[in-house]
Design a protein around this ligand. Structure first.
Ligand code: ASP
Length: 337
C-alpha cells in the first residue's frame, strides 16, 4: 500500500515537471498574451539557499509565486536546527515559542499571524487568514483556534536544544533580557533571524512570505515586524516586493518594506530602494546604533523586471538568490561601520 502510494506520488511529480518544462510554459504564455518572465527567488540568510531550492522546484512545477514562497519558507519552519524560525525556534521569557508570519501576493491579498503557539507552520496559517477570512492579521489564542479549525495539528515547538539555551539565559539573566528601556536596544542578544522570501513566477507575478520566532527571550506577547504588512513584508504586483530581517521594533518605526516598495515605484532600483530604508533606519535610530553592540536590520527587494537588491545596517547580512541555473549566497552591502 505504502509503495503504491509512493509510486502514485512520484508519477504525479513527474507529470507536473514535464508539463511545466515541455508543455505548460508555452500554454501559459499564449493564454496571457505576454512574454514569459524569468523566475527569480531571493531570500534572507544562508538558510535561504535551502528554501530557494524548494521554491524554485515549486515554480518549475508550474505553480505560482504564492505557492512557491509558502513552500520555500515551510522548509525552514520544519527544521529544528534553525533556532529562529518555526519548530525549534528560541522561546520567549516564559519558555513559550511564539511565532510571527505573513504572506502577500501580487494582487494585494495578504494575511498574517502574530504570537502563534503550538503550530509548526505559521506561514500556512497566515495564508489561510488571507484566503479564508476578511481580515489581515490574527494573533495569539484567536490565531491558534483559527488554525485548529482549519485542521492544523498542535505540537510542542520547544526542542531540548532550545530549552537548554533558555536555561542558560535564565541562569545568566542580567543585562541581557528584554526589559531594558528602549535606548538599550543594542543590548538585545544576537539570537534572532527571519526567513523572508520574495519570488517571481513564469507569468511575472510576485509574492512574498516572512516567518520567524522573533527575538529570543522576548516579553511574552511581543509581536515583531514580520506579521505587520508594510513593515516585515510588502508586495505591489505592478512595482515589486520587499522583506525584512533584524530588530523588528526598528523596522516597525519606519514601516521599512513599504518604504522600499514606494522607493522602487518612484524609479529606484531594488538596491537603491533597500539603501533608502536602511538610511532612514539609521537616521531614526542613530543614538541606539552608536552603542557598541549589534543592532542589525536588513532588507531584500525584487522588482517586476526581476532585478534584486539587499542592504543592511551592519556587516554580516547575507541573502540567497536563485535564478535560472544558479543558487548563490551574497554578502549584502552594509551602510554603518
Ligand atoms: N524581525 C524579527 C523580529 O523582530 C527578528 C529578526 O529577523 O531578526 O521579530
Amino acid at each position: 500500500m505504502r509503495r503504491r502510494e509512493f509510486i502514485k506520488k512520484s508519477a504525479v511529480v513527474g507529470v507536473g515537471a514535464y508539463t511545466a518544462t515541455k508543455l505548460g510554459i508555452p500554454k501559459l504564455i499564449t493564454r496571457s498574451g505576454g512574454k514569459m518572465a524569468s523566475p527569480v527567488v531571493i531570500s534572507t540568510w544562508n538558510y535561504g539557499m535551502q528554501a530557494n531550492e524548494t521554491a524554485w522546484k515549486t515554480l518549475m512545477g508550474g505553480a505560482n509565486s504564492l505557492d512557491a514562497v509558502e513552500q520555500g519558507v515551510r522548509v525552514i519552519e520544519d527544521d529544528p536546527s534553525i533556532m529562529s524560525v518555526g519548530y525549534g525556534g528560541l522561546p520567549d521569557e516564559e519558555t513559550k515559542v511564539t511565532l510571527d508570519a505573513s504572506i502577500m501576493d501580487w494582487r494585494g491579498n495578504c494575511g498574517g499571524v502574530g504570537c502563534l503557539q503550538n503550530i509548526k507552520n505559521p506561514i500556512s496559517v497566515a495564508r489561510k487568514v488571507m484566503e479564508r477570512t476578511k481580515h489581515v492579521l490574527l494573533v495569539s489564542e484567536g490565531a491558534y483556534s483559527f488554525a485548529l479549525a482549519h485542521g492544523f495539528k498542535p505540537m510542542d515547538l520547544l526542542t531540548d536544544e532550545a530549552r537548554k539555551r533558555w536555561l542558560e539565559w535564565k541562569e545568566n539573566l542580567s543585562d541581557k533580557d528584554n526589559w531594558l528601556p528602549p535606548h538599550d536596544m543594542n543590548d538585545l542578544e544576537d539570537n534572532h533571524d527571519t526567513i523572508g522570501m520574495l519570488a517571481m513566477d513564469l507569468k511575472g507575478r510576485i509574492s512574498g512570505a516572512v516567518t520567524t520566532s522573533g527575538l529570543a527571550w522576548k516579553i511574552h506577547g511581543r509581536v515583531g515586524d514580520s506579521p505587520i504588512i508594510g513593515a516585515g513584508l510588502y508586495v505591489d504586483g505592478k512595482v515589486g516586493a520587499a522583506a525584512s530581517t533584524g530588530i523588528g521594533e526598528a523596522n516597525m518605526r519606519i514601516v521599512g518594506s513599504h518604504l522600499v516598495v514606494e522607493s522602487m515605484r518612484s524609479g529606484m532600483s531594488p538596491q537603491e530602494a533597500c539603501e533608502v530604508a536602511i538610511k532612514r533606519a539609521i537616521e531614526v535610530h542613530l543614538k541606539m546604533i552608536k552603542a557598541d553592540k549589534s543592532f542589525q536590520l536588513a532588507y531584500i527587494a525584487l522588482n517586476t523586471k526581476g532585478e534584486v537588491g539587499g542592504a543592511a545596517i551592519r556587516k554580516g547580512f547575507q541573502y540567497a538568490l536563485r535564478n535560472d541555473g544558479t543558487n548563490k549566497l551574497y554578502d549584502s552591502k552594509y551602510l554603518y561601520e
